[in-house]
Design a protein around this ligand. Structure first.
Ligand code: PEP
Length: 244
């Protein structure tokens, strides 16, 4: 399976940050056996999509509706129109800040795929759930509830991101990542049949150049979704290199 490394810039980056995108694109050109994507703030999708040669540009979210009275939102079609080819859906910061339920995330995922965007579905448990020993059932339930309806597994990537590991410098243990990815893989195969074995499963949560080789070597980890370390080409390029 081709490894997939995705940058999530969150609400960071003005026009001068495009230089970092060009640096990331250079790294993507150097390691062509790795798929690389950047999801910048919406304002930077078009300029990136116009200029990137090897990395793809995408969005951090899309609305589930095609158009209408949804102030401040972007439809999947709008993202595609400016050259975006993927959309992250269900990031934990949106599930928390915008009260997005898995039912809403499922609709967003279908809306993205319907317009030809790849969907990157994020799932992950909060710390109290992990401490209670219920992480696996929580995440599997999120996965099931986010994959409802007519979904194309060929246009789907799943990112497991334990919430307590996002932006904290704390990485999940290797055996915990392996166990969670194995559980997600089994569920994907149950949901999609053999094709489910080909859906890429990424890990996210404080991935950096230093820990990427260990994380990416874990069974069923097919890449990484990266926040903080993706903002600079010099910290993101080593993660791409580690996946090659
Ligand atoms: C993320 O926001 O998806 C993420 C994984 O962030 P960080 O790499 O900063 O933990």
């Amino acid at each position: 399976m081709r490894p997939y490394i995705i940058a999530n810039w969150k609400m960071n980056g003005s026009f001068d940050a495009l230089d970092e995108a060009w640096g990331i694109d250079e790294a993507a050109g150097e390691y062509r056996d790795v798929d690389v994507a950047i999801c910048p703030p919406a304002t930077l999708i078009a300029p990136m999509a116009d200029e990137l040669s090897y990395a793809k540009a995408g969005a951090q979210d899309c609305h589930q509706a095609e158009s209408g009275a949804h102030t401040g939102c972007l439809s999947a079609n709008m993202i595609g129109e400016v050259g975006g080819t993927l959309a992250i859906v269900g990031h934990s910061e949106r599930r928390q800040d915008q009260a997005e339920t898995s039912a809403i995330v499922a609709e967003k995922l279908i809306a993205a795929q319907k317009t030809g965007l790849e969907a990157i579905l994020c799932i992950g448990e909060p710390l109290d759930v992990r401490d209670a020993g219920e992480a696996e059932s929580y995440v599997c339930q999120q996965l099931a509830e986010s994959l409802v309806g007519d979904i194309d597994p060929a246009m789907l990537t799943v990112a497991y991101e334990p919430i307590w590991a996002i932006g904290t410098g704390r990485v999940a243990g290797e055996s915990d990542i392996a166990a969670m990815h194995a559980a997600c893989r089994a569920q994907l195969v149950e949901r999609f049949g053999d094709v489910g074995a080909g859906v890429r499963l990424l890990y996210g949560g404080s991935v950096k150049g230093e820990n990427a080789p260990q994380i990416l070597a874990i069974d069923d980890v097919n890449g990484a979704l990266v926040g903080g370390a993706s903002l600079k080409a010099e910290t993101f390029a080593p993660i791409i290199a580690a996946a090659a």
